[in-house]
Design a protein around this ligand. Structure first.
Ligand code: AVI
Length: 330
């Protein structure tokens, strides 16, 4: 409902503990056990992800930052309406700290674009930080933050009239399983009209060693990010995970293009969830699959768009072809 009211700055309620409890009860009863990476992003997880983005091994963020810097004029032109004075909404799904987006925001403001920035994120802490930094750095920019997960964000997007450019940066798209990715793209495309645009960041397939290292950094920040999920279950569901008996494990399969991350139980153990009245037994070396991070090729990206009824109109990449920001049109 909030996206339908252009003046609202009220956050939409975040996913509740009940949702988390249901997800955990379901995910840990499966074989193999799984938990969705969507639950990484509480305020602490969002902080850890910001540290990941600055790690030497984690190439995606600085690569996309550089490519946005290099191609800012062309990207901004591809997103804004042809009529310079037409207002549009720049909606960003999973805005986080907005560091990369500020390149585009600055360029659009400097070239007198008329637009409202609508950052959407699941973490209130991350959004508050972003809004405060924008008020400081770009005080003339109209901002309407929305706290929501992707599913709610899409409902809100559909209810919002007016020209839109939707940003989905950082290879967040890579965190969907193929069938969910398809559904997501179709739901984003559905409410868009032919003049609207969608900019999506895709991490590209490259030296598999480089990809694997990005998800297993030497400082252990990515491991802490994964462990934070267990800490969150301890905090929010009264669970008693003992982190001394868990490991972070990750692998990259160059054939499917998927990095998969796991939490590994290093011994047989039973974990109690007081809030769910649930006990879960883990065998020694049993895995909880916590994340997929898919890497793509340009032909795959083109096809993904087509399958969702979207045409690839521009593709921007860095000199090493590590990452691509593509502009799609309905
Ligand atoms: C948010 N997302 C695009 C990150 C990724 O690369 O899949 C999350 C992440 N997980 C571990 N490191 C970074």
């Amino acid at each position: 409902p909030h996206l339908s009211s252009p003046t609202s700055t009220e956050p939409v309620a975040p996913a509740s503990t009940t949702d988390l409890g249901q997800h955990v009860a379901d995910g840990l009863s499966r074989m193999p056990k799984m938990l969705s990476s969507m639950y990484f992003y509480d305020d602490e997880g969002s902080r850890l992800f910001q540290q990941i983005m600055a790690l030497p091994e984690y190439y995606p963020t600085r690569t996309e930052f550089a490519l946005l810097t290099t191609h800012q004029a062309a990207i901004a032109d591809a997103l804004r309406p042809a009529a310079a004075d037409e207002h549009f909404f720049l909606v960003e799904l999973g805005a986080g700290d907005g560091l990369k987006t500020k390149i585009l925001l600055r360029h659009l403001l400097a070239t007198n674009a008329r637009f409202t920035y609508v950052p959407v994120d699941i973490s209130t802490g991350a959004l508050d930080g972003l809004v405060a930094s924008l008020a400081d750095e770009l005080p003339t920019l109209p901002v309407e933050p929305v706290t929501a997960d992707y599913a709610d964000a899409l409902t809100l997007l559909a209810a919002r009239p007016g020209r839109k450019a939707v940003l989905f940066l950082g290879s967040n798209i890579g965190n969907f399983l193929p069938e969910d990715r398809h559904d997501f793209l179709r739901s984003v495309a559905r409410p868009l009209s032919s003049d609207d645009r969608l900019l999506i960041g895709f991490d590209l397939q490259k030296d598999p060693r480089l990809i694997r290292a990005a998800y297993d950094d030497t400082q252990g920040i990515t491991a802490d990010f994964n462990f934070n999920l267990l800490k969150r279950l301890n905090r929010e569901l009264g669970a008693n995970f003992d982190l001394a008996h868990w490991q972070h494990y990750t692998d990259y399969d160059p054939l499917s293009g998927a990095v998969r991350s796991f939490l590994v139980s290093t011994r047989a153990q039973t974990v109690q969830f007081a809030a769910l009245n649930l006990d879960v037994a883990f065998a020694a070396w049993e895995m909880i699959h916590t994340e997929n991070s898919y890497k793509f090729t340009l032909p795959q990206i083109k096809q993904l768009g087509q399958e969702a009824g979207l045409t690839l109109v521009h593709s921007f990449s860095d000199a090493q072809a590590y990452f691509a920001d593509v502009v799609l049109a309905p």
